[in-house]
Design a protein around this ligand. Structure first.
Ligand code: NAD
Length: 368
């Protein structure tokens, strides 16, 4: 099992918030399981998977037993596990809603991977289910928990760049497996927009703390390429924020991995390049005095998420990126697809106030 070898072995700590991880794909095996072992407040106590052998091997690797591995059919048995406080849904997008609702029904708090659902209605139903059950729901937006992204946001919020006028953000990668679930509309809900372009949208909303009032978009879906029979290859969108701030986003499954964010203000600018990798996010700020490239403490993005949600559960607080934050991205992405389909600007509600969909600010390493 490809666990990162240099991490400490798990400890049995009764105080930690216990997670059951649902879905043992690439993200769980390569990132989440190693990350939770570096967290301060969380540990994994169960896995849910259809791949029993893989589940047992992973369980053994983290010091769990065969009774800690459940099948999807057995999911509800987790209700009996007092040590499972939260369920982390790491499945293809189309399955998020089913498992969020099933988790809520058995009274477990839910951390759910992005995109929260398949569209805004789907995501709203998930928020409603968790609200009705009295459990917390957090959307796993890892980039809202990093010191670099918070420093970018602080530079914008503290007007270090002067009045912000323009933003642009790119997130592209090559998806070359025609059979990948990410290319099936029924499983993914959309193409690169909902998978990687969502980071451009979410991060531009995060640094501004505001919501777009209109969107305009166009997409390209090449004929004859089996990868793009159901979803777009590339998509370009424009967002209009309050006060005339304009933002551009570019996303694609056809171009080599690149991720950037740029914010341009009257007195200065910032550049994150790369902006969205798991490790090695880079930020530079430029003003009349010159360029500054701040350094940041070492941290793990996924570990930050595990810990933030664990603290929210213990303290009964609303997470910084609750279900509503996931819904809002779907509202905008639904409008982006509508604009690309109709060729028209789509107006949005806007005007909800600062950080309208967010909860308790997280602890961010190195930030006062
Ligand atoms: P993956 O394909 O590697 O794993 C998917 C898992 O779901 C596998 O364990 C697979 O067995 C299981 N599964 C159950 N039913 C399935 C079905 N009908 N079709 C395909 N797989 C099925 O995917 P992943 O990269 O781990 O992505 C899972 C979720 O995590 C997605 O929602 C994705 O958007 C999200 N994700 C987030 C990040 C991030 O940085 N936050 C990164 C990667 C993926």
């Amino acid at each position: 099992m490809p666990l990162k070898p240099d991490l400490p072995q798990p400890e049995a700590e009764q105080q930690r918030v216990g997670y059951a991880i649902v879905g043992l794909g690439q993200l769980t095996v390569e990132e989440l399981v190693p990350a939770v072992r570096t967290s301060e407040h969380a540990h994994v106590v169960a896995f849910v998977t259809s791949e029993t052998e893989k589940g047992l091997a992973l369980a053994r690797a983290v010091g769990l037993g065969e009774n800690d591995v459940y099948t999807y059919d057995d999911f509800e048995k987790i209700a009996e596990r007092g040590d499972v406080d939260a369920v982390y849904i790491v499945l293809p997008n189309a399955l998020h809603r089913e498992y969020v609702e099933r988790a809520a029904k058995i009274g477990k708090h839910v951390l759910c991977e992005k995109p929260l659902g398949m569209n805004a209605d789907d995501a709203r139903a998930m928020v409603q289910a968790c609200g009705n059950a009295g459990v917390l729901l957090m959307t796993a937006y890892r980039c809202q928990y990093t010191p670099e992204h918070w420093a970018a946001r602080d530079a914008v919020q503290n007007v270090k760049l002067g009045k912000v006028k323009l933003l642009d953000s790119v997130h592209v990668q090559v998806e070359d497996h025609p059979e990948a679930w990410r290319l099936k509309k029924e499983l993914a809900g959309g193409g690169p927009l909902v998978d990687v372009g969502i980071y451009c949208l979410n991060t531009m909303r995060f640094v501004l703390g505001q919501e777009p009032e209109w969107v305009f978009a166009a997409l390209h879906q090449p004929e004859g390429d089996p990868r793009f029979e159901e979803v777009e290859e590339s998509l370009s969108f424009m967002l209009g924020f309050p006060g005339g701030v304009m933002a551009n986003g570019l996303t694609s499954y056809g171009a080599r991995t690149t991720s950037t964010l740029r914010v341009l203000g009257e007195k200065g600018s910032l550049l994150m390049d790369p902006a969205f990798p798991y490790v090695g996010v880079s930020l530079s700020l430029t003003d009349e005095q010159g360029e500054l490239t701040p350094s940041f403490p070492t941290y793990d993005q996924f570990s930050r998420e595990f810990d933030h949600f664990a603290q929210c559960i213990r303290q009964g607080k609303r997470p910084w990126t609750p279900g509503e934050e996931g819904v809002q991205d779907h509202v905008v992405m639904d409008a982006i697809y509508e604009s690309a389909r109709t060729g028209q600007v789509v107006k949005l509600k806007g005007g909800q106030g600062k950080d309208a969909f967010r909860g308790t600010a997280p602890e961010v390493p190195g930030r006062d």
